[in-house]
Design a binder for this molecule. Structure first.
Ligand code: ACO
Length: 330
């Protein structure tokens, strides 16, 4: 069988209208701009209003990506929404499909927390490589502000809301050069957004667990250690699969979780600072959205050029982590 390549041909991003800077957070919890900036690199984050939906943000980002790719929504075969915070637990991808008018596309959600975009990229690539689909829209979008405990200073300073999207297309040259994905459920309790059921007896002997999801809990130190240790390793593995040396990499595009994590990973890989893409100061950790948001920004700023080699890596709850190496454009 003839192998089919993949190219990322369009990107887009969208943010809520309102932002909250570090100073504003000091009115909520005992913290300081100095602590947040030095420990995380974050200066502000965008937060979705009560009425703003994930589907709306994702649709705005998607429309830009589709336009850049030069296709119409009707040409899309598949829409993949990577999110942990859908508007509806049954999924939000179909709402986006309807809003876009992508009538031919099958749409579904997938959850891999902050690794969602990288896992989605690889998933989308499989559908293209097998020849099943030609045009795939991949969205990474999250509204974690809905699930943050705004009284918990260890977590509330970190997260922000946003959406990013890319269009992947079948292509003669394969621009996805290598990848590696990992999971470790034994460390699941490091980062959770858990459902807590309450015992509800329907009739004697038959009970159900009706309840709610609880705010995010995180062991920050463990997650930090995990990221700094595992991310360079998984990137090395993906580079090996791509048959590339680290010197050949043009851009390091990591999940924007903490500037210190970005710096430590770059240092371990011997990648100079000027190749590291960072916008965490303005957006905080936007979970599945962070990589496509930063990608779109760098593309539109003209930093990322045609066929530049980009190393991307997502990591987070699950625990999940992964890396993908790709070249920008057709
Ligand atoms: N303001 C002021 N002080 C604070 C704050 C705050 N916002 N938060 C914590 N502190 C205090 C702590 O209480 C502690 O005080 P103590 O020594 O008196 O107990 C002190 O600051 C140091 O706290 P640490 O937790 O040791 O701080 P650390 O340097 O580890 O930084 C951080 C914490 C920023 C959370 C870091 O561990 C980190 O970035 N971890 C990775 C988190 C991450 O990336 N998570 C997302 C994964 S993505 C996903 O899947 C959703």
């Amino acid at each position: 069988m003839e192998t089919i390549g993949i190219a990322i041909t369009g990107s887009g991003s969208a943010l809520p209208a309102t932002f909250l800077d570090n100073q504003g957070l000091t009115e909520l919890v005992e913290t300081s701009d100095e602590w947040i900036t030095t420990r995380t690199g974050i200066r502000q984050r965008y937060l979705a209003k009560a009425g703003e939906s994930l589907a709306e943000l994702a649709t705005a980002a998607s429309s830009q990506a589709i336009a850049m790719a030069g296709i119409t929504p009707q040409q899309l075969d598949l829409i993949l929404l990577a999110t942990s915070t859908p508007d509806d637990l049954f999924g939000s991808a179909c709402q986006i499909q309807a809003k876009l008018g992508a009538t031919r596309a099958v749409a579904f959600d997938m959850t891999a927390a902050c690794s969602g975009f990288v896992f989605g990229l690889v998933t989308a690539a499989q559908f293209i490589r097998t020849g099943v689909y030609e045009n795939v829209l991949l969205i990474g979008a999250d509204i974690l502000s809905r699930w943050v405990d705004w009284q918990d200073r260890r977590t509330c300073v970190l997260f922000g809301d946003g959406a990013g999207a890319v269009v992947l297309q079948a292509n003669q040259s394969d621009r996805l050069l290598g990848f590696e994905l990992r999971s470790d459920g034994t460390q699941n309790d490091c980062l959770n957004l858990t459902y807590t059921p309450e015992f509800t007896e329907l009739i004697p002997g038959v009970s159900v667990g009706k309840g709610n999801f609880q705010p995010i809990t995180m062991n920050g130190k463990e997650i930090y250690r995990f990221a700094v240790q595992q991310v360079p390793e998984v990137i090395d593995k993906a580079l090996f699969r791509a048959n590339l040396n680290v010197e050949e990499v043009d851009w390091l595009l990591l999940h924007q979780a903490n500037q210190r994590i970005l710096d430590a990973v770059a240092q371990r890989l011997n990648i100079p600072e000027q190749k590291v893409i960072s916008n965490i100061a303005y957006y905080g950790n936007t979970s599945a959205a962070s990589i496509p948001l930063a990608l779109d920004e760098a593309v539109r700023q003209g930093k990322i050029k045609l066929h530049d080699i980009i190393v991307t890596s997502g990591f987070g709850a699950g625990l999940t982590w992964g890396a993908a190496i790709f070249q920008w454009g057709r």
